[in-house]
Design a protein around this ligand. Structure first.
Ligand SMILES: Nc1ncnc2c1ncn2[C@@H]1O[C@H](COP(=O)(O)OP(=O)(O)OP(=O)(O)O)[C@@H](O)[C@H]1O
Length: 374
């Protein structure tokens, strides 16, 4: 079933009266690569399984153009699936694993052979076609799983953390491979991951979930530069999250204070004077200056990371900052930390944050309070 648009409309799934996924609205356009991103338990797999037809919806509907899809059984949706545990047939060769789905469709033998060989070539397994899955590396097995899904020319490919069992180097290679296949085959892909970097590098659009609810849908750039709340920011690499209080507002800026800090930032959403806020900034958006200029702090950790270093520095009142910089300070250095008002985003808090950020604003240790929210 090819489609121009696949639409999820208020898709909700609960288990024993508890919503694992609430009111997911999402339109997937043909050819798009969508990543569902969020921490463990946020409902990513539930969303994917609803889409696959492996889980019935509690509420809502799914549409393939004008055809209602959520009532169609999984095997008739024509979707391909790739999971983290591969689920290959252990007693069949690579070639037979890939050909299996085509044979089940009773396609002519010549066509099965042609498409199987093409899929083997696509995932670069020509030299391993006669081996059994047990004789392959994890990355090669994952390639077989991908070939087996795409050989059926599915209208949608669903992937659930397909790279999570691979080591770091292979994960990077396979990431490129998946993007290459997506483009060269003109696939439409929905990809579940908890890895922010993976999602940013692969997807055309990201869907960030938290506790079963969509927080934000947008392009990598939109999410990276304009997260709508501090939870999304946390996920997008805003490692410095400080619980502060909004002071005066001037035009497009707001002054935030607490823990001996007085910073100028950019409000995201309604931030009124006196309100508790979370101010977030990414390590790479902080700069080291002289101790008289920026926020005074002492360098506690310097970690080599290729061209740049990761620096942890602490203020006299105990606030820890994470920086990424090409300037290499020495342990114990007294530095100033320059915070660009455009890059320091100031988010309102709501009742839902109360338990997550329960440190009073005038005590020191914003780090752990926010860490605990993960
Ligand atoms: N079969 C089930 N029965 C009861 N609760 C379930 C079931 N499946 C999922 N849940 C619950 O629904 C919520 C969402 O689970 P889901 O597996 O979708 O999360 P996830 O984001 O994919 O997490 P992970 O990355 O850990 O797989 C969790 O609280 C989970 O405990």
């Amino acid at each position: 079933m090819k489609f121009a648009q696949l639409r999820l409309d208020g898709v909700t799934r609960s288990f024993a009266g508890h919503d694992a996924l609430t009111d997911l609205d999402l339109t997937v356009r043909s050819g798009e690569f969508i990543a569902l991103l969020g921490p463990s338990g946020c409902g990513k797999s539930t969303a994917l399984n609803c889409l696959a037809g492996l889980l019935p919806l509690t509420r809502g509907s799914i549409w393939s153009d004008d055809t209602r899809l959520d009532t169609v059984p999984a095997e008739r949706r024509g979707f391909g699936m790739v999971f983290q545990n591969y689920a290959l047939f252990p007693h069949m060769s690579v070639r037979r694993n890939i050909a299996f789905g085509l044979q089940m469709r009773r396609l002519p033998r010549a066509e099965v052979r042609r498409r199987t060989e093409e899929a083997i070539r696509l995932v670069r397994l020509e030299e391993h076609a006669t081996k059994l899955p047990g004789q392959l590396s994890g990355g090669q097995q994952q390639r077989v799983a991908i070939a087996r899904a795409v050989v059926l020319e599915p209208s949608l490919v669903l992937m659930d953390e397909p790279l999570s069992n691979l080591d770091a180097k292979l994960r990077l290679e396979m990431r490129t491979e998946i993007r290459r296949l997506h483009q060269s085959l003109g696939l439409t892909t929905v990809y579940v991951t908890h890895d922010q970097e993976e999602a940013l590098s692969l997807a055309d659009r990201l869907v960030v979930l938290r506790a079963g609810r969509v927080q934000q849908i947008g392009t990598p750039e939109e999410l990276h530069t304009r997260p709508v709340n501090w939870h999304v920011a946390d996920f997008m690499g805003y490692r410095n999250l400080l619980r502060l209080r909004a002071d005066e507002r001037t035009g497009s800026e707001v002054v935030v204070t607490g823990h001996g800090l007085r910073l100028v930032g950019t409000p995201v959403g309604p931030v009124s004077a006196g309100a508790e806020v979370v101010a977030g900034v990414r390590p790479e958006d902080l700069r080291i200056t002289g101790p008289e200029e920026g926020v005074p702090a002492v360098v506690e950790v310097v970690e080599y990371q290729g061209r740049e270093v990761a620096v942890e520095a602490r203020t006299a009142e105990g606030v820890q900052f994470n920086l990424r910089t090409e300037v290499r300070p020495t342990l114990g250095d007294r530095i100033g930390i320059a915070v660009d008002p455009v890059r320091l985003l100031v988010f309102p808090t709501d009742e839902a944050d109360a338990g997550l950020l329960d440190e009073p604003v005038d005590t020191v240790s914003p780090g752990p309070a926010v860490e605990g929210a993960r």
